[in-house]
Ligand binder design. Structure first.
Ligand SMILES: Nc1ncnc2c1ncn2[C@@H]1O[C@H](COP(=O)(O)OP(=O)(O)OP(=O)(O)O)[C@@H](O)[C@H]1O
Ligand SMILES: [Mg+2]
Length: 155
């Protein structure tokens, strides 16, 4: 398990960092994005989507809970991306209603999940963790800590 600690000085830099990070992702991966309201999770997601050449507008799935985008992999194959915002989810019933369980285990998509703590019981243990925190001194500075998934056993 390796950790990366980044310091972003602007919204644009956070998007660039998301774009750079996305090169490490593979189909089926889950990314848990933690951080307070306005931390920059959705901006980081925009960067990931840019890397995968998503043409759809990337916006916060605040009310839709799950957005689906069409991207393209490094090899030029079509790639499905689920962008999830669980902020408004308050119960296991609501999670079931939006189809979270099937979505999070889908092998044919990359899954980017904001407010993963709302689905703590259902989050796969093999996942990327991206934690974004505001800086206490500078309004535009963010600290971005990335933890890679623990390698799964060799088959
Ligand atoms: N370094 C930075 N990185 C990212 N966003 C920044 C930065 N500096 C300022 N901002 C601002 O912070 C806000 C981040 O909003 P964003 O929607 O990405 O947050 P979020 O973590 O997704 O919040 P929510 O939990 O509400 O979905 C934007 O308004 C952006 O302009
Ligand atoms: Mg957001």
């Amino acid at each position: 398990m390796e950790d990366v600690n980044l310091r972003s000085h602007s919204e644009a830099e956070t998007i660039q960092m998301g774009e750079h990070f996305a090169a490490r992702l593979r189909v089926g991966d889950v990314v848990a994005l933690e951080g307070d309201l306005g931390a920059g999770k959705t901006e980081f997601v925009k960067g990931i989507c840019t890397h995968f050449s998503v043409d759809d507008l990337v916006t916060s799935p605040t009310f839709t809970i799950i957005n689906q985008y069409a991207g393209t992999t490094h090899e030029g194959d079509p790639l499905k991306i689920y962008h999830v915002d669980l902020y408004r989810i308050d119960s296991p019933e609501e999670l079931a209603e939006v189809g979270f369980d099937d979505m999070v285990f889908a092998h044919d998509a990359i899954k980017l999940i904001e407010w993963p703590e709302k689905a703590a019981q259902l989050m796969p243990s093999r996942r990327w963790d991206v934690r974004i925190t505001a800086d206490s001194d500078n309004d535009d500075v963010r600290h971005i800590a990335i933890t890679a998934p623990v390698p799964s056993e060799v088959a």
